[in-house]
Design a protein. Structure first.
Lengths: 113, 110
């Protein structure tokens, strides 16, 4: 059971480049979400999804897009990378959105030069 | 979204109990109280959660005040592996969003 898998683990981008962070879960979880964590800070919610075809914005959605075409996958797209998006990105999933533990991936460490 | 207040850091001795406090005075009736912890260079790990009643699991206990405006995470016997940042989080009853604060950094001394 792989749980929540994030790829890549590390990435360096130049300002203005675009990229997609991948997140996949094999637990048949309906709820998935993306967070970013800046040094010394708690996690901040970027986008979340309560099921395939449904997404919504979190606290800090600007500069990011998401889609949810399948239950398993929830990719996060950076449209035009900026140095302010340098952070560690975590994906999480759970059975439902309210009363179930969320399972987190190991994170993607992203640096934008 | 309701917010939580936690001490920035706490220290404990190994094999002693640890009580980690959390204030959430603006909690609404449908908000769940969650605790997660994060070890260095890892993603957060679920510890425990509850709504109104005290909760116990193999990792910890959660004591919730009668007015639900505060809660305490109890680690019964701290080990060195329990050194981590502990986050007290309220989960919105409508959206389920977890809003993280800055957490409490727990140091465990041998």
């Amino acid at each position: 059971n792989a749980g929540v898998t994030q790829t890549p683990k590390f990435q360096v981008l130049k300002t203005g480049q675009s990229m997609t962070l991948q997140c996949a879960q094999d637990m048949n979880h309906e709820y998935m979400s993306w967070y970013r964590q800046d040094p010394g800070m708690g996690l901040r919610l970027i986008h979340y999804s309560v099921g395939a075809g449904i997404t919504d914005q979190g606290e800090v959605p600007n500069g990011y897009n998401v889609s949810r075409s399948t239950t398993e996958d929830f990719p996060l797209r950076l449209l035009s990378a900026a140095p302010s998006q340098t952070s560690v990105y975590f994906c999480a999933s759970s059975y439902d959105r309210v009363n179930q533990p969320q399972h987190f991936g190991d994170g993607t460490r992203l640096s934008i030069l | 979204d309701a917010k939580t207040t936690q001490p920035n850091s706490m220290e404990s001795n190994e094999e002693e109990p640890v009580h980690l406090p959390c204030n959430h005075s603006t909690i609404s009736g449908t908000d769940y109280i969650h605790w997660y912890r994060q070890l260095p260079s890892q993603g957060p790990e679920y510890v425990i959660h509850g709504l109104t009643s005290n909760v116990n699991n193999r990792m910890a206990s959660l004591a919730i005040a009668e007015d639900r405006k505060s809660s305490t995470l109890i680690l019964h016997r701290a080990t060195l592996r329990d050194a981590a940042v502990y986050y007290c989080i309220l989960s919105s009853g409508n959206t389920g969003k977890l809003i993280f604060g800055q957490g409490t950094t727990l140091q465990v001394k041998p």
